[in-house]
Design a protein around this ligand. Structure first.
Ligand SMILES: [Zn+2]
Ligand SMILES: [Zn+2]
Length: 152
């Protein structure tokens, strides 16, 4: 668990174009390509030096689109398990563990930080600083991106 670490490793996760499997790739400007472990389909990331050094995203590292949004990178499954365990313990501890679970959950929520997502391809960028230019998800921005002509 990345508790208390000041910066998380940079990574991008996206779905393989060949088989649809989720690929999580480290962001490394020296080696910005790879292949799907399942079907072997090659992929490339646009991870250039300035972005990696500044940890500030200006565009999607997968498709190059500059329409991005941020959301809390919170694992729902981890949060659920915390509550299941807390509920099981809450009988002998008179509910104190439920309070503890809430605090642990809050801790997880902030420890995991923000993820930056691409409106175009849905890639999830983790470990970057949140860019104030990117707001939360906006359905109008999504519609504008969906309507754009697909020339690529
Ligand atoms: Zn694949
Ligand atoms: Zn993208």
């Amino acid at each position: 668990m990345p508790m208390g670490r000041p910066s998380r490793p940079l990574s991008v996760s996206f779905l393989c174009e060949g088989c649809g499997r989720e690929i999580v790739s480290a962001v490394d400007p020296q080696d910005a390509s790879g292949a799907c472990p399942d079907c072997g389909r090659a992929f490339a990331l646009r991870a250039d030096g300035p972005i990696v050094q500044s940890r500030l995203l200006t565009r999607c590292l997968r498709c190059g689109l500059d329409r991005l949004y941020t959301q809390k990178d919170f694992s729902k499954r981890a949060g659920l398990w915390v509550f299941v365990v807390a509920a099981a313990l809450s009988v002998p501890t008179w509910g104190l563990s439920l309070l503890a679970a809430t605090l642990i959950d809050l801790g997880l929520y902030y420890a995991l930080g923000d993820a930056t997502l691409c409106y175009g391809c849905g890639s999830v960028h983790r470990g970057f600083r949140s860019n104030p230019v990117h707001g939360p998800f906006d359905i109008h921005a999504q519609e504008a991106v969906d309507r754009r002509p697909r020339t690529a």
